[in-house]
Design a protein around this ligand. Structure first.
Ligand code: FES
Length: 136
């Protein structure tokens, strides 16, 4: 699911101009973002960590479809937070409902790196959906 939430303010973010990496430290994987391919997946804000992850086959839970209406996409930005847009009041309101938040907590669907730094994120352990259907 993808779309826009008409009840929240628009997010203004600088778009990346050069490739950069996002490392998912607890998953042991990294992706390299090609700015010319944004939007990759159209779930979450364009260029958001959620959209970039899904576009590279890295799954992050996103119960509301990436429209800032839940907190299942909670991530902790361990490195590169300075290169991301500031959290809006709407994002902070949703993060209030997330367990295990830290000073670097963000919603992956609202957090947009500008590409000036490589980014390292952690998905809180409680939020990693380790249950997957076996291939049929
Ligand atoms: S997916 Fe619901 S807030 Fe990000």
């Amino acid at each position: 699911m993808a779309g826009e939430n008409p009840y929240i303010r628009k997010v203004n973010a600088k778009r990346p101009e050069r490739p950069f990496t996002i490392t998912f430290s607890d998953l042991g994987t990294s992706i390299t973002v090609d700015p010319s391919k944004i939007p990759y997946d159209r779930t979450g804000l364009p260029g958001s960590i959620l959209e970039l992850a899904l576009g590279h086959g890295v799954e992050i839970d996103h119960a509301c479809g990436g429209v800032c209406a839940c907190s299942t996409c909670h991530i902790i930005v361990k490195q590169g937070l300075q290169s991301c847009n500031d959290a809006t009041d709407d994002e902070l309101d949703q993060l209030d409902a997330a367990p295990g938040t830290a000073a670097q907590s963000r919603l992956a669907c609202q957090c947009i790196p500008d590409g000036t730094q490589d980014v390292v994120i952690e998905i809180p352990a409680w939020n990693v959906n380790r249950v997957r259907e076996a291939p049929h």
